[in-house]
Design a protein around this ligand. Structure first.
Ligand code: PLP
Length: 367
């Protein structure tokens, strides 16, 4: 990755001198299973509803800062009040706001890697220490006892459920105990919650724990990564903090209109989500079958719309998938704790067929 120029290193705040400009490593490919987007077409009628909503939206007026129409629809869906929801420009904006408001110099974030790398990145932007409690290196399960032991001396915590990129769920009894053990805010990132089934969400713990924040996004199950819309659910006084620190117009009128149309049509997404879950099972079984045939392939159960797979020549396999097959998957083999790991988004049956066949062929060739 690139670094800052010497001139900029001297001009930015000293603690930012080591920062690296983001390189998404994007290559246009025929099949892109690298970013956990939803690759299925929108459910019937949804695109038309979005287009009609966009066409009816004036562009000359500032947005409603709080996205209240969207908030009301999200509140009705989740069975909470408008006051329990803050909408942001993608989940990422809300993650940054969370770290900015509740972290900061002299504070410590409890983090459970391998997980979403943005947490540590945003922590670094706001000078927040990170206390890493690593997952089990073989199973990627949370080290619950170690997390709970560290929590009292941390100021805030983030747990991802299902976790990206390992796919596992955080048990609700553990989240319950973590909210008790941590003196500050606890965020449960449920960006992939729709793929995990009804019983997985920590939403039911909200009444008991006023320090709990649940993060959601429309980027994954709703297939709306391009519009940038996420939201948090929390106690009203927590929502007041998010509302106070955010850029007031970060969620533009077109995003609000499109998101509202999609959330109104939420029931229409059920068949797509069910198909992705079914395909996830098939991809996992086929990858496991490669391992059973004696190929160097290991995989883990996933509750998200992606599967993590380990094979010794991972980086090379990923490059050849891209260059010879025009299939893009995410390489995590450089990341601590994830040597040899690739993350493959679950796509359409056709995309999965092609990816599985190409992956199997390359793993054999690279042996
Ligand atoms: C994708 C993702 C998000 C949020 O993504 P946005 O596109 O910014 O809404 C948050 N957490 C995890 C773990 C994710 O994978």
């Amino acid at each position: 990755m690139a670094e800052l120029s010497d001139r900029m290193k001297a001009l930015v705040q000293p603690y930012l001198a080591g920062i690296e400009p983001y390189d998404p490593n994007f290559a246009p490919t025929r099949i892109n299973l690298s970013a956990n987007e939803n690759t299925y077409p929108l459910p019937p009628g949804v695109r038309e509803a979005v287009d009609a909503a966009l066409a009816a939206t004036p562009l000359n007026r500032y947005p409603d800062p709080m996205s209240n129409d969207l908030r009301d629809e999200l509140a009705a869906w989740h069975g909470v009040a408008r006051e329990n929801i803050c909408v942001g420009n993608g989940g990422d904006e809300l993650l940054y706001n969370f770290l900015m408001a509740f972290g900061g110099r002299g504070r410590t974030l409890l983090n459970c890697p391998p997980c979403f790398s943005e947490y540590a990145f945003f922590a670094s932007l706001v000078e927040t220490e990170v206390r890493d409690v690593w997952r089990d290196p073989a199973t990627f399960e949370l080290d619950e006892a170690a997390v709970l032991a560290a929590a009292p001396s941390c100021d805030l915590a983030i747990v991802t459920s299902p976790n990206n990129p390992t796919g596992d769920l955080a048990p609700l009894a553990f989240i319950d105990a973590l909210c008790d053990a941590c003196p500050g805010m606890v965020m449960v990132d449920e960006a992939y919650g729709e793929f995990a089934g009804e019983g997985a969400t920590a939403l039911g713990l909200l009444k008991k724990h006023p320090n709990l924040v649940i993060l959601h996004t429309l980027s994954k199950a709703f297939g709306d990564a391009g519009i940038r819309c996420g939201y948090v659910i929390a106690a009203p006084d927590v929502i007041d903090v998010f509302a106070a620190v955010r850029q007031i117009y970060s969620v533009n009128v077109l995003t609000q209109a499109a998101a509202l149309a999609c959330v109104r049509a939420r029931d229409a997404y059920a068949p797509t989500v069910a198909q992705i879950v079914e395909e996830r099972g098939r991809v996992q079984r086929e990858l496991a079958a490669l391992g059973a045939q004696g190929l160097p392939v290991e995989t883990w159960p996933s509750s998200g719309n992606f599967v993590l797979v380990r094979t010794p020549a991972a980086s090379h396999v990923r490059e050849r998938l891209r260059d010879e097959y025009s299939i893009l998957v995410r390489d995590f083999s450089y990341a601590p704790g994830l040597s040899g790991c690739l993350r493959i988004t679950v796509g359409t049956p056709q995309e999965n067929d092609e990816t599985l066949a190409a992956f199997a062929a390359l793993v054999k060739e690279e042996m």
